[in-house]
Ligand binder design. Structure first.
Ligand SMILES: Nc1ncnc2c1ncn2[C@@H]1O[C@H](COP(=O)(O)OP(=O)(O)O)[C@@H](O)[C@H]1O
Ligand SMILES: C=C(OP(=O)(O)O)C(=O)O
Ligand SMILES: [K+]
Ligand SMILES: [Mg+2]
Length: 574
């Protein structure tokens, strides 16, 4: 059975009255629901009932680059984990929430990276605050090799250091303990030899000028606290008031009369000169995402996007705005609009606004991103205790569940995967909690429908949005097994993802970089597939390729949309 809804691609095409359709197949009774037909499109008769046709010879054009090393057919590419999951558990059980893992000393070898990829890592994040460019280059190379050799589509996100104030690297020590009432010196002076006792560097020249005696100094958003007791030239003496562990390059904020102090440091550029060099590095390496720390306004995002566009004509690097400052909350709407996605960077955000404000800020950012069709990542401390322990706390599981329930696109591991003792276990917890909560919410239909405002600029954009909203609604109402989307730029796939339908979305794209980028978005299973403008042959090829690999079976109900031919088709897999 195949039914379809065709819509015009351009505003110029006139709407025609509904045209009855006669199927070429004897069994199927496809009906055109509504046919406003573009004058440039092919005649109706070309659109025969795809599902009713016998599977065609796939030919060399849909080149299946393989998922695993034991290749079946070189024309469709999906990662081995997804393939196995689809084959063994069917459509319904696939995880919709994506996972970003920060790569650090405990996850940087090829074996460790492969363990994360096979455990479900969708995006590998490198934090330019730590490690050398050479170190990061090697990580990128290893991820690339994994993708090429094992068929994964792990995307790479480079995160800039930003103009944050942070401590030095503790003279190479992994950590230092600050005890109650100890007096420590925070200084911008450089030391050649080992650091004197109870001394740490600060990376910001204006530090001693900006702080005042009596200020409260927070390390890592309050994990350790000091009070400023004396200033001597470049040295600031501070007494520890809340003891704790100091980690290398830990972030520093200072507070006066209960408010965050924003002195000269507020004038620091969002993208520092070191960040620009890192960005050049990221462009040269062809990373998929660049995340910008401490974004204050939309301008910096727009500037960076045009900088990237001018320098990387053939790659498309998405810019993710990290929401982690008061300014970014104030300018949230315009920042999200200017970016290709956002991150709720709760680590620093929790150091800049009262902790009890973080959950509502998270909910607001996640909602707004979804409405504006930008992928959103919830980051920091999701499973913090798993840096040291193999089991999460109940509170951490509840926190992960809440982000999944909010239907964020992705969850992120930081220290848990970068330098924790149990990176794979932490990833497994994110995976199992996501799957469980997603299924629970689907079964119980707990979620409230979200108002999805129009976001397109052209009439054609509006049509795409309406098609996706209708297709997702039909998919839920009819209980279909999967949505298929054929997309060149990935836009149509993200519009479907925005609707957060009950069933998974198979996104077919011919471009490997688009496939990697789609890997960040909720509910999308990105495949690489070369396809033509002829939907019927695309569908037939896809069906036979996926059937041959056991990923779908005859009788499965599918709704297909595409951005070449703006249409909705409902059909059973033949
Ligand atoms: N490339 C790296 N090299 C060494 N250590 C790293 C690296 N990336 C991350 N880490 C470690 O993992 C911790 C958590 O990572 P992340 O949250 O990204 O950084 P930060 O704590 O600076 O915000 C860092 O504090 C650091 O100790
Ligand atoms: C993700 C964050 O940024 P970073 O780890 O770079 O400080 C955060 O602050 O939560
Ligand atoms: K960073
Ligand atoms: Mg941060």
């Amino acid at each position: 059975m195949s039914q379809r809804l065709l819509l015009p691609r351009s505003p110029s095409s006139a709407l025609l009255p509904a045209i009855p359709f006669t199927s070429t197949s004897s069994s199927a009774k496809p009906t055109y629901l509504f046919v406003p037909f573009p004058s440039s499109s092919k005649p109706l008769s070309v659109y025969s009932a795809a599902a009713a046709l016998p599977p065609s010879d796939n030919g060399p054009s849909i080149a299946l680059a393989a998922a695993t090393s034991n290749l079946h057919d070189p024309s469709i590419e999906v990662d081995a984990v997804t393939e196995t999951e689809l084959r063994e558990n069917g459509f319904r059980s696939t995880r919709r929430t994506k996972v970003v893992c920060t790569i650090g000393p405990n996850t940087c070898s090829s074996e460790q990276l492969e363990a994360l990829a096979s455990g479900g890592m969708n995006v590998a994040r490198i934090n330019m605050c730590h490690g050398s460019r050479e170190w990061h280059r090697r990580v990128i190379e290893r991820v690339r090799r994994l993708n090429e050799e094992k068929g994964y589509a792990v995307a790479i996100m480079m995160d800039t250091e930003g103009s944050e104030i942070h401590m030095g690297d503790l003279g190479g020590a992994p950590s230092a303990k600050a005890e109650d009432s100890e007096v420590w010196t925070f200084t911008v002076r450089a030391f050649d030899s080992p650091l004197p006792e109870y001394t740490t560097n600060v990376n910001y020249e204006g530090f001693a000028e900006d702080v005042k005696v009596g200020d409260e100094l927070l390390v890592d958003g309050g994990m350790v606290r000091f009070e400023v007791i004396e200033k001597i030239g470049p040295d600031v003496k501070c007494r520890c008031t809340d003891p704790g562990l100091l980690l290398p390059r830990a972030n520093l904020t200072f507070w006066r009369n209960g408010s965050l102090v924003r002195e000269h440091n507020a004038m620091l550029p969002t993208i520092s000169s070191k960040d620009w060099l890192d960005i050049d590095f990221g462009i040269a390496e062809g990373v998929d995402f660049i995340a910008i720390s401490f974004v204050k306004s939309a301008e910096v995002i727009k500037h960076l996007k045009s900088y990237i566009a001018a320098r990387s004509r053939d790659t498309d690097i998405a810019v993710i705005a990290k929401i982690e400052s008061i300014d970014s909350l104030r300018n949230l709407e315009e920042i999200i609009r200017a970016s290709d996605g956002a991150m709720v960077a709760r680590g620093d955000l929790g150091a800049q606004i009262p902790l009890e404000h973080v959950p509502s800020a998270q909910q607001k950012i996640v909602q707004r991103c979804r409405q504006l069709n930008k992928p959103v990542i919830v980051a920091s401390q999701l499973l913090e205790s798993m840096i040291e322990y193999p089991t999460p706390t109940r509170a951490e599981v509840a926190d992960v569940s809440e982000a999944v329930r909010q239907r964020a696109d992705a969850l992120m591991l930081s220290g848990e995967s970068a330098m924790g003792q149990y990176p794979e276990k932490a990833l497994a917890v994110l995976r199992s909690v996501s799957i469980r909560i997603e299924r629970w919410w689907r079964d119980e239909k707990h979620y409230e429908p979200m108002e999805l405002p129009p976001i397109g600029f052209s009439f054609s954009d509006s049509i795409s949005e309406e098609i996706c909203i209708s297709a997702a609604k039909m998919a839920n109402n009819l209980g279909v097994d999967a949505l298929f989307v054929y997309t060149k730029s990935g836009h149509m796939a993200s519009l479907l993802s925005r609707c957060r339908p009950d069933c998974p979305i198979f996104a077919f794209t011919s471009t490997p970089s688009v496939r990697r980028r789609l890997n960040l978005q909720w509910g999308l299973i990105p495949f690489r597939l070369s396809f033509s403008d002829d939907m019927d042959s695309n569908l037939n090829k896809t069906f036979s390729l996926l059937k041959a690999r056991g990923m779908i079976k005859s009788g499965d109900l599918v709704i297909a949309v595409s951005d070449m031919l703006q249409s909705i088709q409902v059909m059973n897999v033949p």
